[in-house]
Structure formats: structure tokens, C-alpha cells
Design a protein. Structure first.
Length: 368
């Protein structure tokens, strides 16, 4: 087996398998418990997705792994040219307006947010690989735009689920002395405690539970995905999308990893409308339609949640699927243009400030 096919196999195993400064009060139900609360199977003690009648079934794990290993992975799943990166440092971060809401793309699904002068991190991955191994597995296409040493004190670090391309042990270890609290789905707290994070700093959320941290209210919302970091722990922890209400002035939605499912409409009705929706766009395939969205589904999910600006994430950093690396953005951008959807495809390291005019461009279109 070639090295490239083996690292692709590892991607299948690792990513397809498997506040005010006063303390927050802890997770509270956003509303009376609804039918969309998460489902824990009493017999297996594993989390399950909500019914999704329109979804096609995934192929078996054997079919997926065999395709990665023997299926003839195309060459253009990894860029030949360098991905453009806008370098950031602490001085540039400190200069951002404390009254605004700023979203900074770090790569893949990792984002640094400055909300009312406080810093938040979403699914931060600064490590070299999305893998259980430091020497093997999907490797970054580009360096992070911000050095770990320049990451400011973090008010809250938010996780969507425990896959390696979203929860990185190296990053958690490196930042543990700079993070006030961790907001995570049910069960993910055990991962953090095993890495030395004090339980007092970890808050675990079921769907529709929320906590207010300073001027920001963060609510865990449903998603249609799965979890696990090994061969035997599949769905032992919950997965979630997240909504952020910034002082009642602006609302931000982050889809996390998800297939398309009917729950997007209820998320929009209960927690929207959103000024911006950071929507998954990449690592889809007909072999796993209940794990990720096609670009067409990404645009439809954006419409369902009722957001003003579509911001594409989950692409351009790791090789986790079998499609060309540019395809997710090409297809989504074409669809958005045709439908008149306002689109944001920021470069790595670019700062997007809500409410500030910017000219969007297809930065990838001339890259190989």
C-alpha cells in the first residue's frame, strides 16, 4: 500500500470512524425540553441521530475503508500550490475593535472570535495532523496563521465533537493555561479531564442547553453526525452545532460537522435569525451521506437556519475525502451566486467583522 493511500486510510479511521469575568451558571435549558433533545440509547449507552427520513444510508465501514485504500484516490485532493495565509500576531488581534464581533479563520473548522472584547475559540486545531499519530495521517496544507504563543487569553473554548480534525490533544495541552472554560457536548468533558483539564472549567451540554458567558449566550443545538476517536468508542459522546447570541445585537451559527437534516429549520426558528452561519462545506461523499453535506445541501441548510451571510468552513486544510480540494468551494460559490446568497469565503487568517462591508473573492480559483 502506498504511503498516500495509507494516510487516506487513516483519515477514514480517524475522521470518518471512529462571560462576564464572573463564573457562568452552567448549562440551562434554552426552552422547555423539546423532541429534538439528544437521544442516548439506554441499552448501548451510545448517542443516536434524530430520524432523518430523506437521508440515504451510509455504506459499510469495510466499503469505505476499502475504497480509500484500493479505490484509486485522485491526485487533486491535495493542492500543489501554496494556500494563501494572512499572518496574524498579537498586536493585530489587540487592534480589533472591542465593540465589534470579529470572526477569524484559522483553517478547516477552527476559528478565533473576538466578541465584545473577549476571545472565543471554536474547534481549534493547531497540530500538524488530524490523526491519533504525530507521524501519520492527514497533514495540514498550510501552517496556522497565528502562532500558539500569540493566542490571547480565551474566555471560552467551544467544541462541536471529538473527531481528530476538531479536537486536537496537542492544541488543548498548549492552551490549557490560557482558557477560562470549555463548553463541550455531553461526554466530551471526559476527554479533556484525561488530558489534565480541571473539571471545574468544563461545562457539558445536551442539545438546547445554553450558558451565558459575559455578554454572549452560547447554545448547543442538534447536528446529524457521529463521534469517536478509536475503534471501540463510536458515539460514546455527543456532537452538536452551536449558536452564539452576542448581547442581543448579533447572532452567529456554527454548524459543526453534520449531514443535512430537518432540524436546521427548528434551529433557525428557535435561535435565529442569524447574521452569519459558518456552514460545513467539504469531506462529503456518496459513501457517507449521513456524515457530511454536499455543497447543495450546505446552501439549503443555510437557507433553513435563516442566516444573512453564508460562511464556508471545513475545507482547504486537510485531505479527508475523495473529491478535489477546490470542489466544495467551487460548487457552493456557484450555487450561492446563482441563488443570490451573500457568501463569505475568507482566506486563512482573514478577519471578518460582522456588519462591515467586504468584497468576497474566490481566492482558490487559480491554484492547482
Amino acid at each position: 500500500m502506498s504511503y498516500r493511500r495509507f494516510t487516506s486510510f487513516m483519515a477514514a479511521c480517524g475522521c470518518l470512524a471512529a462571560v462576564s469575568t464572573a463564573p457562568a451558571a452552567g448549562p440551562q435549558d434554552a426552552a422547555p425540553r423539546a423532541a429534538l433533545a439528544s437521544r442516548l440509547n439506554a441499552e448501548t449507552q451510545r448517542y443516536e441521530n434524530l430520524p432523518n427520513p430523506g437521508a440515504q444510508p451510509n455504506r459499510s465501514g469495510w466499503d469505505i475503508w476499502s475504497r480509500f485504500i484500493f479505490g484509486g484516490k485522485p491526485d487533486n485532493t491535495v493542492p500543489t500550490d501554496a494556500i494563501p495565509v494572512r499572518r496574524l500576531d498579537r498586536a493585530a488581534l489587540d487592534a480589533l475593535d472591542d465593540d465589534g464581533s470579529h470572526v477569524i479563520r484559522l483553517g478547516h473548522s477552527s476559528h478565533l472570535l473576538k466578541l465584545r472584547g473577549k476571545w472565543w475559540l471554536i474547534d481549534p486545531v493547531f497540530g500538524e495532523r488530524a490523526s491519533p499519530f504525530s507521524f501519520l495521517g492527514p497533514r495540514r496544507f498550510h501552517a496556522p496563521p497565528l502562532a500558539l504563543a500569540d493566542v490571547p487569553p480565551i474566555e471560552a473554548l467551544v467544541l462541536s465533537h471529538d473527531h481528530y480534525d476538531h479536537l486536537d490533544a496537542f492544541t488543548i495541552e498548549a492552551l490549557k493555561d490560557r482558557v477560562q472554560r470549555y463548553l463541550v457536548p455531553l461526554g466530551v468533558g471526559a476527554r479533556l479531564r484525561a488530558w489534565g483539564i480541571e473539571a471545574s472549567r468544563i461545562e457539558e451540554f445536551d442539545w438546547w442547553q445554553q450558558a451565558t458567558v459575559g455578554e454572549v449566550t452560547a447554545t448547543a443545538a442538534p447536528a446529524h453526525h457521529f463521534s469517536g476517536r478509536g475503534l471501540w468508542d463510536r458515539n460514546s459522546t455527543l456532537w452538536a452545532s452551536w449558536a452564539f447570541d452576542v448581547g442581543g445585537r448579533q447572532r452567529i451559527y456554527f454548524s459543526g460537522d453534520t449531514a443535512y437534516f430537518p432540524g436546521f429549520k427548528e434551529i433557525g426558528e428557535r435561535l435565529g435569525p442569524f447574521d452569519i452561519a459558518l456552514m460545513e462545506n467539504g469531506a462529503y461523499d456518496s459513501y457517507w451521506p449521513q456524515a457530511h453535506m454536499t455543497p447543495e445541501e450546505t446552501v439549503q441548510a443555510f437557507r433553513d437556519v435563516g442566516a444573512r451571510l453564508l460562511y464556508l468552513v471545513h475545507n482547504s486544510t486537510f485531505d479527508l475525502a475523495l473529491h478535489p480540494w477546490r470542489e466544495p468551494m467551487d460548487r457552493a460559490a456557484d450555487l450561492a451566486e446563482k441563488a443570490g446568497v451573500a457568501l463569505a469565503t475568507p482566506e486563512i487568517g482573514e478577519v471578518l467583522t460582522l456588519g462591515r462591508l467586504r468584497e468576497n473573492r474566490r481566492w482558490w480559483q487559480d491554484l492547482r
